[in-house]
Design a protein around this ligand. Structure first.
Ligand code: HEC
Length: 137
């Protein structure tokens, strides 16, 4: 990113923050979340139901989104991103998703802004729907 692009992005973000009333972090923007998901390379380990993002380089990838009898809440998704070892994805062999007692997912808590987290959560939340899971895994 060039300096002027970075500046433009910052001032756009600032305008948006001001327009949205300051430090509101609860309602994110799913489109920005999708972009952040790719920019942060979340898609290198995850595929997302209904999205044709660049393919994961880890196989089998941990799938996100899709139909679930109990879709994750926004708080759960937030915890999954900020504290990966607070909860483990269901239905995968332990050695695929854990290293020892901790998640193989990197800790993003230090590098994400509240806004990025809210956007990622909004994006992922929009990809889940309640219903009988289809046998895609
Ligand atoms: C190096 C691989 C890797 C990267 C990169 C990665 N993850 Fe993960 N992620 C995992 C693994 C492995 C799991 C399953 C273990 C767990 O639940 O902690 C997981 C679990 C999750 C879950 C919970 C899934 C469930 O069914 O409970 C969410 C949500 C998630 N990741 C989001 C993200 C987001 C958002 C990013 C980018 C900011 C990201 N991940 C980047 C490997 C990764």
């Amino acid at each position: 990113m060039t300096r002027s692009h970075a500046l433009a992005a910052c001032s756009a973000a600032l305008t948006l923050t001001l327009a949205c009333g300051g430090s509101q972090t609860t309602s994110g923007d799913p489109d920005k979340g999708r972009q952040a998901f790719v920019d942060l390379r979340c898609n290198s380990c995850h595929e997302v139901a209904g999205e044709s993002l660049p393919a994961p380089s880890v196989t089998p990838a941990v799938g996100l989104g899709g139909r679930s009898l109990l879709p994750p809440s926004a708080d759960r998704l937030k915890a999954d991103i900020l504290l990966p070892s607070s909860h483990f994805a269901v239905g995968y062999p332990r050695e695929q998703i854990m290293r020892g007692d901790v998640s193989r997912m990197p800790d993003y808590s230090k590098q994400l802004s509240d806004e990025q987290v809210a956007n990622l959560v909004a994006f992922l939340k929009s990809r889940y729907e309640r219903g009988m899971p289809s046998a895609t895994r």
